[in-house]
Design a protein around this ligand. Structure first.
Ligand SMILES: [Zn+2]
Length: 305
């Protein structure tokens, strides 16, 4: 009798341990991380690659924009070289797309066999077709020559999108948010919902009510920013348009502070930071002055949040 009781207790403990192990592995599978691959701007800062942000959900990689240096940073972050589950472009400015050819061709050479799934504004199909045309001879030689790369492994399925849910698969939903980026006809921010976190990525944008509404209480708001006092007419040839450009295309630290105060993300993560010779501390103190009291971090390349 005593032994039977003992056995039952052991069984129960065994079941609890199995359950904990299962719960832990589910947790590990769905653990979501934001990885900033590139926090830069068009300025070729050696310490900040072109804009590229990863949302990593377990082993699954979702890439947002592909700025210059993207595949070097994918490797540095220890992510698969054969490419993401999908890439989403916020808009087609060159600093956000200069790494697109790198993404298409380098993942192929690193043994990608499936078509790359690329989402973004209208014009992405044309850009993709022209990039493949520009590299036609390279593709031909790599396929038919001695390198014997996987035939057709460079393929891209392009999905030109409008606002709303653009991707939903195995617990990950990506929603495109229309944002105002000056004279661009189409620019998007994205909200990513995973089993354990919610993340909004602003892309390049002037202060956006849509984005603010989509960011209510999210775990992470990844947002662009510039230092307002740095915008000086005399700093550029033809600089009389400069302040207006910044106002219509981008978000100052003061504007971002009030936006974040309304959205109340758990973490405000700054990227695409235009400092104009100022510092991150100045930018963050402006955000505080404008009313946001939550956590703020000035993102750095390869930072994980
Ligand atoms: Zn832009």
């Amino acid at each position: 009798m005593q032994t039977l009781k003992h056995n039952n207790t052991l069984k129960t403990i065994g079941h609890i341990l199995l359950f904990l192990l299962f719960a832990f592995s589910v947790q590990a599978q769905t653990k979501t991380e934001v990885i900033l691959l590139g926090t830069g701007t068009p300025y070729p800062d050696p310490s900040a690659s072109g804009p590229a942000t990863v949302v990593k959900v377990g082993d699954r990689v979702f890439l947002f924009d592909a700025g210059a240096g993207v595949m070097r940073k994918v490797n540095a972050a220890g992510l698969p070289l054969s490419g993401p589950e999908a890439v989403f472009f916020t808009h087609l400015h060159s600093d956000h797309t200069l790494g697109y050819a790198d993404l298409i061709l380098t993942t192929w050479i690193m043994r990608r066999t499936k078509a790359l799934q690329a989402y973004g504004p209208h014009g992405l199909k044309s850009m993709t077709r022209h990039l493949l045309l520009a590299f036609a001879e390279d593709i031909d030689i790599r396929t038919k020559g001695l390198e014997r790369e996987v035939p057709g492994g460079y393929r891209v399925d392009v999905h030109e999108i409008t606002e709303g849910v653009v991707y939903e698969r195995d617990g990950v939903r990506v929603t495109a948010i229309v944002v105002p980026h000056g004279s661009w006809k189409e620019a998007y921010g994205y909200r990513v919902d995973t089993p354990d976190r919610s993340i909004v990525i602003s892309g390049d944008t002037a202060p956006s009510k849509n984005l603010m509404a989509a960011s209510q209480g999210v775990d992470v708001l990844v947002h662009e920013v510039y230092l307002s006092r740095g915008v000086k007419v005399e700093d550029r040839p033809g600089g009389e348009f400069w302040p207006e450009y910044m106002r219509k295309f981008h978000t100052s630290e003061l504007e971002l502070g009030s936006l974040a105060n309304l959205a109340k993300p758990k973490l405000l993560l700054l990227t695409h930071i235009i400092r104009f010779g100022g510092t991150d501390e100045e930018i963050i103190s402006g955000i505080r002055k404008a009313g946001f009291t939550g956590d703020v971090i000035a993102g750095t390349d390869l930072g994980r949040y």
